[in-house]
Design a protein around this ligand. Structure first.
Ligand SMILES: [Zn+2]
Length: 113
């Protein structure tokens, strides 16, 4: 049975942003690249993060794995004008500018757009 076209539920933009399909193409390609490098996505909208974290808006991902792969991921993402990019051994970026390591990101790379 097919449903009539007017029977679709509409989802608010807020809710949509929290679904996987709501991730920006930049964040999606970052996560795709992380997986190519053998890294795991350890958090998107789930997990515990700082208040007002981009995670809760579906704009951030944490990735973890071999340190060499995390360094490579950081190097590549640093060229994509990320809103946030944190990996303490390499430094940190906000809005595409280097701000240095912020702490608390020694075991995973945080990226947000
Ligand atoms: Zn994070």
């Amino acid at each position: 049975m097919t449903k009539p076209a007017n029977d679709f539920e509409t989802i608010s933009d807020d809710l949509l942003a929290q679904t996987h399909g709501g991730f920006s193409s930049q964040l999606n390609s970052a996560m795709h690249r992380a997986q190519e490098l053998g890294l795991r996505i350890t958090a998107t909208t789930n997990g515990k993060h700082a208040a007002h974290s981009y995670h809760y808006q579906g704009r951030a991902a944490d990735v973890a794995g071999a340190p060499g792969a995390m360094r490579q991921f950081y190097r590549e993402m640093s060229k994509t004008n990320p809103t946030e990019l944190f990996y303490d051994p390499m430094g940190g970026m906000k809005h595409g500018r280097n701000i240095g390591a912020i702490g608390g990101h020694g075991t995973h790379v945080h990226v947000a757009y």
